[in-house]
Ligand binder design. Structure first.
Ligand code: NAX
Length: 328
């Protein structure tokens, strides 16, 4: 039997946590022969609810679940962590400006970044899901002294999956036929699902779907607004699909990317594609199973360039708004 992987999950008593923990413990994330330790982090008022989730996890009797530790102590929660999945954050409430949300959540991620640096395994990889996830990730990364920047990620995989399924439905094919779909920029309403480089059964999407007006209009807005549409329909934000996005992100970073394809995840920009260095921006990524790299040479036409620039400009504004939380 392999040595267990230790996974820390914040916001573990929340909706996404509820859908995510069973996926991790059942082997979906790391494979059917990889035991896991779960360290579940919540705030004090949610510890009762977390206790209930832990009882359910016990009742699943997962063969791969080695240990489960519920805690509201960050040092205990991130101790020995190989993967830190930062899901918990404070939701936006009526009357709250975006800047207020950035400030409130930003403070959570300074403390978590520091606690990861002080307690996790040196190779710990951190995936931020809690919104605004790109900028929360930026804050955690900059407060995690000694942990390399290339070990920090923010999730845009749910957006990629949403975009693939919209294109597949329009073309009348199975979603597995869609490849090379990149979400560029911020996980927000400015994100750009790049249909110009995406492929269906190896052919450019623009050669398969001739309705350019739909691609430039309804397709993009459907993907950008999908979260809001789910809240409207379900009365609660997406949870199972978000948890699935977390599983897909980790699997894509830890297994080789299929030949010729790429996946979307927000990473610390090295200046590729003119995205300012240090921003956490989504771009096309490949993995060899251990290390990831940005796919170079993806052509951005004038339409795409303008969309990418607009989303990246928003990320720069967010960085400016939280500059006090980023040590120089
Ligand atoms: P819930 O409100 O159901 O759960 C959040 C949990 O986080 C709560 O149990 C809360 O007690 C906990 N929490 C709050 N502050 C914490 C802290 N400082 N430390 C540890 N735990 C803390 O939200 P849920 O639906 O699970 O969504 C979680 C986050 O994911 C939200 O920020 C949401 O906006 C974000 N999402 C991100 C997505 C993405 O693609 N990146 C998509 C889905 C989702 O909207």
């Amino acid at each position: 039997m392999k040595a267990p992987i230790t996974v820390s999950v914040t916001g573990a008593a929340g909706q996404i946590g509820y859908a995510l923990l069973t996926r991790i413990a059942s082997g979906s994330m790391f494979g059917p022969d990889q035991p896991v330790n779960l360290r579940l982090i919540e705030i004090e008022p949610a510890m009762g609810a977390l206790e209930g989730t832990v009882m359910e996890m016990d009742d699943c009797a997962f063969p791969l679940l080695n240990e489960i530790v519920p805690t509201c102590d960050l040092a205990e929660g991130f101790r020995g962590s190989d993967w830190a999945l930062l899901v918990g954050s404070v939701p936006r409430k009526a009357g709250m400006e975006r800047a207020d949300l950035l400030g409130i959540n930003g403070k959570i991620f300074t403390g978590q970044g520091q606690a990861i640096a002080a307690n996790a395994a040196p190779g710990v990889r951190t995936l931020v899901v809690g919104n605004p996830c790109n900028t929360n990730c930026l804050i955690a990364m900059n407060n995690a002294a000694g942990i390399p920047n290339d070990q920090f990620f923010a999730m845009t995989r749910l957006d990629e999956n949403r975009a693939k399924s919209q294109l597949a439905a329009k073309a009348g094919v199975h979603n597995s036929a869609v490849s090379n779909l990149c979400i560029w920029g911020n996980h927000s309403a400015t994100q750009y699902p790049d249909f110009t480089n995406a492929r269906i059964d190896g052919k450019l999407v623009t050669d398969v779907i001739s309705d350019r007006a739909w691609l430039e209009g309804e397709f993009i807005s459907t993907v950008q607004q999908r979260g809001a549409a789910i809240i409207k329909a379900r009365g609660q934000s997406s949870a199972a699909s978000a948890a699935n996005g977390v599983v897909d992100t980790v699997r894509s970073l830890t297994t080789p990317t299929p030949e010729g394809d790429w996946t979307s995840v927000a990473v610390c920009s090295d200046g590729s594609y003119g995205i300012p260095e240090g921003l956490i921006a989504s771009m096309p990524i490949r993995s060899d199973g251990q290390k990831w790299s940005v796919v170079q040479g993806v052509e951005l036409d004038a339409f795409s360039r303008a969309k990418v620039d607009a989303s990246v400009a928003e990320l720069s504004e967010e960085r400016e708004a939280v500059k006090d939380l980023i040590p120089s």
